[in-house]
Design a protein around this ligand. Structure first.
Ligand code: FMN
Length: 347
């Protein structure tokens, strides 16, 4: 209640990116102190579900994860675990550091419980972020690392493949799983690997990269767009399956505004381009998850993400076939207790 009545109204008066940066800074400070994280963990009563969930040889304390984009620079794993998340996905990280697109680049559409962003893959760069993560001692929850191509339209073709490979090599050092993000809608060059031939080239190159750490092989997932037609999705899945991809993350943000119902045309037009997230994505996400499950005969695990803003949404996504779920926009609208509430409900 304190979030809905006090903190959220205050944060929602601020520019959305500033509000995010303040929350991020608070999380970063808390992450530095074990005592603070223990206290938060006691308040949220972070949920180790009865048996936990085993996937890819990893133990997930519960099914609710933090989606990529919130902790782009890898400062937050301790507080994310204390807030009751069962796993976290860092990134997207890219081979080279990037400031992203000019501001403003994050917008709220409260009537639709949605956000639009065109951050443009701002991050500290793969080497710095992975060194930072390696230096953190022990993670209480599995750590995914989401890799993308450096946001620079001059990096294309073979250079783009090598760029992904650099980020991949860094991620292998510390990730429990790696997500290959081919679906970011916010770069000048567009989604250059969301096409069967180019995806084939990329996955072939990544399949030749060593990915054993100790006695474990790091699982590799592919993150797909919300905007793929059924035919296009099937074509991409066929390529992924050829390279024995270990699972999928569905979905990334959408360039379409067709799913908005409660935001005015002028409000939407004033924002301009960017990826839509939040409640309007749920149906698209569930349809995509069902199609992936059907194509892979239910054999490949899917992390469902997109539009979970209440417990019923999480149950709907589980029914669509999601083995694990992730949240981002729902956290903004519901506050820091949201993950532990979802985890308990799904338990
Ligand atoms: C501000 C913002 C930044 C994001 N950045 C990334 C990113 O860097 N990489 C990525 O794979 N997804 C990114 N996403 C997409 C989310 O991981 C997620 O797929 C999407 O927001 C749908 O989930 P939601 O409706 O729970 O927010 C971002 C989303 C938002 C709102």
């Amino acid at each position: 209640m304190w979030y809905q009545n006090v903190l959220k109204p205050a944060l929602f008066r601020l520019n959305p990116e500033l509000a995010h940066d303040l929350a991020y800074s608070a999380g970063r400070i808390l992450s530095n102190y074990d005592g603070a994280c223990d206290l938060v963990s006691r308040i949220t009563q972070s949920c180790e579900s009865k048996k936990g969930v085993e996937l890819w040889g990893l133990h997930f304390p519960n099914r609710v994860g933090l989606a990529a984009g919130f902790d782009k620079n890898g400062h937050l794993p301790p507080i994310v675990a204390a807030l009751g998340f069962g796993f976290t996905e860092i990134g997207s990280i890219t081979a080279m550091a990037s400031d992203g697109n000019p501001k403003p680049r994050m917008f709220r559409l409260p009537g639709d419980k949605a956000l639009v962003n065109r951050m443009g893959l701002n991050n500290d760069g793969a080497r710095v972020i992975c060194d930072r993560l390696v230096a953190q001692t022990r993670f209480k929850i599995p750590l995914g690392i989401n890799i993308a191509k450096t946001h620079n339209p001059a990096i294309m073709g073979d250079r783009a493949v090598e760029d992904y490979s650099i980020a991949f090599r860094e991620a292998v050092r510390v990730a429990n799983y790696i997500t290959v993000n081919i679906s970011c809608p916010n770069t000048e060059e567009g989604k250059t690997f969301e096409e069967p031939d180019t995806l084939n080239t990329l996955l072939k190159a990544l399949s030749q990269e060593p990915r054993d750490r100790g006695c474990r092989r790091v699982p590799v997932l592919v993150k797909l767009s919300a905007d793929l037609s059924e035919g296009a999705l099937i074509e991409l899945l066929a390529v992924c399956e050829k390279f024995s991809i270990d699972g999928y993350v569905a979905v990334n943000t959408s360039s379409s505004r067709a799913y908005l119902h409660n935001s005015s045309d002028s409000e939407v037009a004033s924002i301009g381009r960017g990826g839509l997230s939040g409640a309007p994505l749920l149906q698209r996400a569930c349809t995509t998850i069902e199609r992936i499950k059907s194509f892979t005969d239910g054999k490949k695990p899917v992390i469902g993400v997109g539009g979970i803003t209440c417990i019923e949404d999480a149950i709907t996504m589980r029914k669509a076939g999601a083995d694990l779920i992730q949240i981002y926009t729902g956290l903004v609208y519901n506050g820091p207790m949201f993950a532990s509430n979802l985890a308990r409900a799904l338990d």
